[in-house]
Design a protein around this ligand. Structure first.
Ligand code: MRU
Length: 368
């Protein structure tokens, strides 16, 4: 997508030194656009854990490139041992987004086809690029499939703006390009359909207010940032035509783990007959887990993210205390929306109902 009219992806290999991975450091957005070099696996682990990069697709792509750096760093005489140690280090950084372990496993499996360290390094570089390219391509296709849903609502409204509510950031910053939840919105906007996006601010880290709003601004898409509690009111008053959110892990039975607060929006949508869609590439499906509420691991982050809030003041990002000094806080980063509240899943292969039969019909190769 474009930043100040120049095309960027969220991750790439440095042009004049392909042993360095470059990312957009999302901690500085929307105030500053910073590119960071990742030289070692430990830099990659920190970038994922401390959320220089975030969002399921991008976490997966970063882990893919991380495994390439891991291969470069592994000692020639105990290559596989080192590689597995680095793989464990990466997988431990964040527990909920399944794309992370998916990308690491894909790299390990691909490298089994090499015999020498040099061959394995070449395979890892190739696979990292494939993972990133595939992520971008799948998001582009999600945009095409989701477009039809927005177009149908626009037709029904005789061209009046389609109001879409989204939560957190499932935009291109959460992937390699296009985004999942935002891809249909960009596709509709680029094809001349009038859209307007309600952007949940998404406490505690405010990925909606900071990242989704910035992205939409860069692409010129009309939007309004709202506090997290506003969505229910808007839905009661007919001001939301549909919700589209992303996901960090979706069971093959259709339960969706996404940023904390998604479940409450889905409940409000259900109560007001507002269609609630979840957009995801297949790398975000968990093909093992059946019951999302019981089985998906929910990350708990530092309570500082709740007790403090970050903003821009006098030329730099500042953190200020929000709560009484001694009040404890809880920071559950994700929740699970049960399949019964979801209208449909928008995937790279098309739109399906959120249930096992429909998902496996789209992905028959995953039938056990
Ligand atoms: O904690 P984050 O910022 O990595 O969480 C990811 C998200 O932004 C959302 O849950 C998003 O909707 C998922 S789409 C990749």
């Amino acid at each position: 997508m474009n930043v100040n009219n120049r095309h960027y992806r969220t991750i790439w290999l440095k042009a004049d030194d392909p042993e360095i991975v470059q990312i957009i450091d999302q901690r500085d957005l929307p105030y500053q656009f910073t590119i960071e070099d990742l030289n070692h696996v430990s830099d990659v682990a920190i970038a994922i854990k401390d959320m220089h990069v975030r969002g399921a697709g991008l976490i997966g792509a970063t882990a893919g490139y991380g495994m390439y750096l891991a291969a470069l760093q592994s000692a020639k005489d105990h290559f596989d041992q080192d590689l597995n140690k680095f793989a464990d280090q990466l997988v431990a950084t964040r527990p909920t987004a399944v794309n992370l372990s998916w990308a690491v496993k894909r790299q390990l499996k691909a490298m089994e086809n090499g015999t020498t360290p040099a061959e394995k390094i070449a395979i890892a570089r190739h696979t990292a690029t494939d993972i990133a390219d595939e992520d971008a391509d799948f998001c582009r296709r999600i945009g095409e499939h989701g477009f039809n849903i927005i177009k149908a609502i626009s037709d029904r409204k005789q061209g009046a703006p389609v109001n879409i509510l989204t939560h957190c950031n499932a935009g291109w910053l959460a992937f390699v390009d296009y985004g999942s939840a935002t891809a249909p919105i960009y596709e509709a906007f680029n094809k001349g359909i009038k859209v307007h996006v309600w952007v949940d601010e998404t406490r505690p880290r405010n990925q909606g207010a900071r990242l989704t709003a910035w992205e939409l601004n860069q692409q010129g898409v009309p939007h309004t940032v709202i506090p997290d509690n506003v969505g229910g009111h808007l839905m009661q008053h007919g001001m939301v035509d549909m919700c589209i959110v992303g996901t960090d892990r979706t069971t093959y039975t259709g339960d969706v783990a996404n940023k904390i607060g998604t479940y409450l929006k889905a409940l409000a949508a259900n109560d007001n007959a507002v269609p609630f869609y979840v957009a995801l590439p297949s790398s975000t499906f968990d093909w093992e887990i059946e019951d999302g509420v019981a089985e998906i691991p929910i990350e708990q982050r530092d309570d500082e993210e709740v007790r403090y809030i970050e903003g821009f003041h006098e030329g730099r990002v500042k953190k200020v205390l929000l709560t009484p000094e001694d009040s404890p806080a809880a920071n559950y980063a994700f929740d699970v929306t049960p399949r019964r509240l979801i209208t449909g899943l928008i995937t790279e292969r098309g739109v399906c109902r959120a249930n096992k039969e429909a998902v496996l019909e789209l992905y028959p190769e995953q039938r056990k």
